[in-house]
Design a protein around this ligand. Structure first.
Ligand code: NDP
Length: 295
């Protein structure tokens, strides 16, 4: 079998078109959705992410507000900025780029964001709402995975889903979303016994570990859908290369469908950030939610 490749880049482009249409409708009503991104310090990867987010925000017609703060910024100053953004009617979404410098308490910072503007979905209120199946802001990476899975399968009800990784930003919200879509969900992690057998029973296998190519093809159930969240920078044949947590070549021979790295989950994450910002804007105005862009 050769797996169907789930093209996250093309899917993300479609999501952005849909976001841009909703933005145009909102602008016709006199409202421009706005996303504020806060970056503290000079972490090179974070700078690239923030630049990409800003560019794509503008490309879909939204307002982008970038706040770049010195690495030595005090917690009080950062919290004061967030409070100002919470109150700013031009700002519908707020994202604080993680990781923050060590002297800043990330939980406190994230939980200071107004939950309705928390487009990363990391505020404890949004975590609780998602966990109880209520309307919330949903973390972007798992939301992107869910969109691709729904597009591929239609209904996910009754499917066996295995998520490898239990982080708060990917593994746990992914599990919750799939549970809300009536999958039978298993979360595996570094202490899971016989991970191979656990993975082999999955109709949907989501890998969010951060270990290059650790899941080989013989861990994949024939015909399964494999979503590879991992982004790992390795060197092969003297060249820098980006690989996922799944060994793509062997897994693609067994799976029914698979996301590549790069070009799979990655592009969907920023597209879902834009989608969440439009959703937050619509909710703030009491307008119907943009169809197909939320969980
Ligand atoms: P974390 O490091 O926070 O979590 C990794 C998880 O993997 C942990 O739960 C850990 O288990 C588990 N794990 C580690 N080693 C093993 C192992 N040998 N067997 C089974 N489980 C293991 O990572 P994140 O969730 O933040 O990210 C995961 C990957 O996804 C990374 O490669 C990251 O770069 C990528 N990522 C990609 C995004 C995108 O946009 N495409 C966005 C976010 C992340 P335990 O809890 O027991 O330690």
């Amino acid at each position: 079998m050769t797996a169907q490749i789930i093209d996250g880049k093309a899917f993300a482009a479609k999501v952005r078109v849909s976001v841009a249409e909703h933005v145009a409708t909102l602008k016709a009503k006199g409202v421009t959705p706005g996303l504020a991104v806060v970056l503290v310090g000079e972490d090179p990867a974070s700078q690239v992410y923030v630049r990409n987010k800003g560019q794509q925000t503008v490309e879909v017609g939204m307002a982008s507000f970038e706040h770049k703060l010195d690495a030595s910024t005090s917690e009080a100053d950062l919290l004061a900025l967030i409070q100002r953004l919470n109150k700013d009617p031009k700002v519908h979404g707020i994202l604080v780029q993680l990781p923050l410098p060590k002297h800043l308490n990330s939980d406190l910072v994230i939980n200071t964001i107004e939950p309705a503007k928390d487009v990363d979905g990391f505020h404890i209120s949004n975590v609780g709402l998602l966990g109880t199946g209520q309307k919330s802001m949903v973390p972007c990476t798992p939301l992107g995975c869910l969109m691709m899975l729904r597009d591929h399968h239609g209904s996910l009800a009754g499917l066996d889903a295995v998520i490898v990784g239990r982080s708060n930003i990917v593994g746990k919200p992914m599990a919750q979303l799939l549970l809300n879509d009536s999958c039978t969900v298993t979360i595996a992690h570094s202490r899971t016994r016989d991970l191979q057998s656990v993975c082999r029973r999955a109709d949907i296998l989501v890998a969010a570990v951060g270990r290059p190519e650790m899941i080989p093809g013989d861990w994949v159930k024939p015909g399964a859908t494999v979503i590879d969240v991992g982004i790992n920078r390795i060197e092969r044949d003297g060249k820098a290369k980006l690989v996922g947590d799944v060994h793509f070549e062997s897994a693609a021979k067994v799976a029914g469908a698979i996301t590549p790295v790069p070009g799979g989950v990655g592009p969907m994450t920023i597209a879902c950030l834009l989608a969440n910002t439009v959703t937050a804007c619509c909710r703030s105005l009491g307008l119907p939610e943009p169809a197909g862009l939320t969980a």
